[in-house]
Every structure is written in C-alpha cells, then in structure tokens.
Ligand binder design. Structure first.
Ligand code: G7M
Length: 234
C-alpha cells in the first residue's frame, strides 16, 4: 500500500489487492463480428432525434438491411441454451416471456442484480413497434417478473429499475430488470425507458411510440448514424 495524499481526514492510497480479491469476470465473443468489436471500442457519441417518419424512412430500412444475429435469443426461447438459468417462464405465445439472468450478471450478489425478460412472441423489434395490443404482454412482464424476482432474490418491485432500451442492441423485444442501486450500463436518460412509463403512455395513446420523437445517442462509427447523415438529418 503506497500513500499518494493525506489531507485532514482524507487519504488516497495505491493498493494491490491479493489474487483472490482480484478476479475479473470476462465475456468472450468468438468469432466476433466487426459490429461486436466496434461496440466495445471507445467512440464519440452524437444525439439523434428520430421522428416517426425518420423511423419509417431511415431506421427501419437500416434494421431490415443489417444482419446482427438474434440467434442467442431464439436459443433461449427454444431451450437450446441457458435453459438451466431460467428464473421464470410464462409460455403463452402472445403474452408470455422468459426471465433469466443477463450475461453481464455473475449472480453472486443482488446488489448488481441484472435479469432480462424476453418476449415469447417474435417480430416485436423494439419500443417503436409497441401499441396498446402489447399491454397484456408488458403488464405480465412487469407483474410476474417482479414477483419472480421477489421470490428468488428477495428484492421488491420498488428496489428494481425495469426498462427497455431504445435503440436496443438486439431487435427482439426484451425488458431489463436491474437493482435500483446498481448503475448498470445503458441506464442513461437517452437510452432507458421505464416500463411503468411505457405502459402508461400506451394506455393514453396506442400510437404513442409509432408517432413520437425518440431521442438517443449513436456512436461515431455506427452505420445508422451514417444513414441519418446521408438523409441530411444530423
Ligand atoms: O437492450 P439491449 O439490446 O441493449 O440489451 C441486450 C441485453 O442482452 C444486454 O444487457 C446483454 O448483456 C444481454 N445479452 C446479450 N447476449 C448476447 C446475451 C446472451 O447470450 N445471454 C444472456 N443471458 N444475455 C445476453
């Protein structure tokens, strides 16, 4: 331990933890695509304001043209992968979902709890596709997901942050459940949409997410940013 600074009751030290306190959780993606590599590199970020029209003219054609595989999601739904990790399942084909630990969580402590609920129904790409027809699904995820987490991990609904990403990384509807005290990646205001708010917005207006402006950040090298630039939108 080396002391760098001492001032009144404040001290700054340089510590080298012993090996048993020093292990690093590692995610391996093999083979990694160019998009995976870019996802983990530092980039400048820019804010996009996407109207409903921009979505139809720019974002949707982009999503349809890209080939970022969601096979891992189908493997979970078909029980070909991670079946032993499922915490809760509602098998209804329209309004059901599977709840399981996100692979970012090592499940050792609830302080950084992180689970995802994956819709059984295919074809709901993101928040933009949601209408009042999806309210039963969203309410099931909220109620049953919260109950399952209380039962398994002892955290109550008011200790959880439950949200969707826009843009998501994977275009198959899924909802994030994280411990409220955990500053999980992707909880910034320009990306996370609380499930409580999503449900209320759709209760007020079924076309809310089809029509409203959605603001989010894109990284400098992202192909979608290029599409917005080419359309003269940023
Ligand atoms: O909303 P967005 O698409 O950004 O989030 C996707 C979430 O899925 C992230 O929190 C990832 O950590 C998580 N995730 C990604 N993959 C490839 C897997 C996986 O194979 N298994 C599990 N359990 N979670 C994943």
């Amino acid at each position: 331990m080396t002391r760098q600074l001492k001032n009144d009751i404040y001290g700054v030290y340089h510590l080298s933890p012993p090996a048993e306190l020093n292990d690093i959780k590692t995610t391996v993606i093999r083979p990694a695509t160019e998009k995976h590599i870019k996802k983990y590199l530092h980039q400048e970020v820019y804010l996009i304001q996407e109207s409903g029209e921009d979505y139809k003219n720019i974002t949707l054609p982009f999503i349809e043209s890209q080939s970022f595989s969601i096979q891992w999601v189908y493997n979970i739904l078909e029980k070909k992968a991670e079946a032993d990790r499922i915490v809760y399942e509602n098998s209804d084909p329209d309004n059901g979902f599977i709840l399981l630990p996100d692979f970012k969580w090592n499940q050792k402590q609830v302080e950084d709890l992180y689970l995802i609920a994956i819709s059984q129904k295919k074809g709901i790409k993101s928040l933009r596709d949601l209408t009042a027809d999806h309210l039963p699904l969203l309410r099931n995820i909220l109620k049953e997901g919260t109950e399952a987490i209380l039962k398994r991990y002892g955290l109550r609904g008011n200790q959880l942050r439950i949200y969707l990403h826009y843009q998501p990384s994977y275009y198959h509807l899924h909802v994030h459940f994280t411990a409220l005290g955990h500053d999980a990646p992707g909880i910034t205001v320009e990306r996370a949409h609380l499930l409580y708010d999503v449900i209320q917005n759709l209760e007020m207006d079924s076309r809310y997410y089809e029509t409203r402006m959605l603001t989010y950040a894109l990284r400098e090298d992202e192909a979608l940013l290029k599409s917005f630039k080419e359309a003269g939108k940023c």
